[in-house]
Design a protein around this ligand. Structure first.
Ligand SMILES: Nc1nc2c(c(=O)[nH]1)N=C([C@H](O)[C@H](O)COP(=O)(O)OP(=O)(O)OP(=O)(O)O)CN2
Ligand SMILES: [Zn+2]
Length: 148
């Protein structure tokens, strides 16, 4: 089109960018809202008193306009720094239930880990930029949270 360029065209386009981060942690599925018997019934082997571990893989996706001047939705190096703050420092090599105060009363399901990450990440990013937190708890168990 006359008068436009590839760079100008990109200014109106939305991009989704994702940074992947792995962390290791242990936990036990045990709800303070359930009796010991109910906990055993609901969570089965995951209610084992001494817990179990995961190598979680988290995908943090942001969505926004591709800036005409920088060519970026946001600098992935900045996203990496936020991930360090929100995921690695508080969660990596931790016992989620004992080391992370948030999970003292909130059961450490992967759904709730995703909510935890969303709630902390959203405060550190420009408004409306965070799109999705996807967590691979195992190769087969995957949870998505989009702030809804
Ligand atoms: N809705 C949820 N259900 C379960 C969660 C969860 O976070 N949200 N978590 C667990 C356990 O923590 C557990 O670690 C899952 O283990 P497991 O079923 O053994 O994992 P795999 O499916 O990968 O194992 P395979 O035996 O290879 O199938 C349980 N439920
Ligand atoms: Zn587990």
């Amino acid at each position: 089109m006359a008068g436009s360029s590839v760079t100008e065209g990109a200014a109106e386009r939305l991009g989704y960018i994702t940074r992947v981060q792995s962390f290791s942690a242990c936990h036990r599925l045990h709800s303070i809202h359930l009796s010991d018997e109910e906990n055993k019934r609901v969570y089965g082997k995951c209610n084992n008193p001494n817990g179990h571990g995961h190598n979680y893989k988290v995908e943090v996706t942001v969505c926004g306009k591709i800036d005409a001047h920088t060519g970026m939705v946001m600098n992935l190096t900045d996203l990496k720094a936020r991930i360090e703050e929100v995921i690695m420092i508080p969660l990596d090599h931790k016992n989620l239930d004992k080391d992370v105060p948030y999970f003292a009363k909130v059961v450490s399901t992967t759904e709730n880990v995703a909510v935890y990450i969303w709630d902390h990440m959203v405060k550190l990013l420009p408004p409306s930029l965070l799109y999705e937190i996807k967590i691979h708890e195992t190769d087969k168990n995957i949870v998505i949270y989009r702030g809804e």
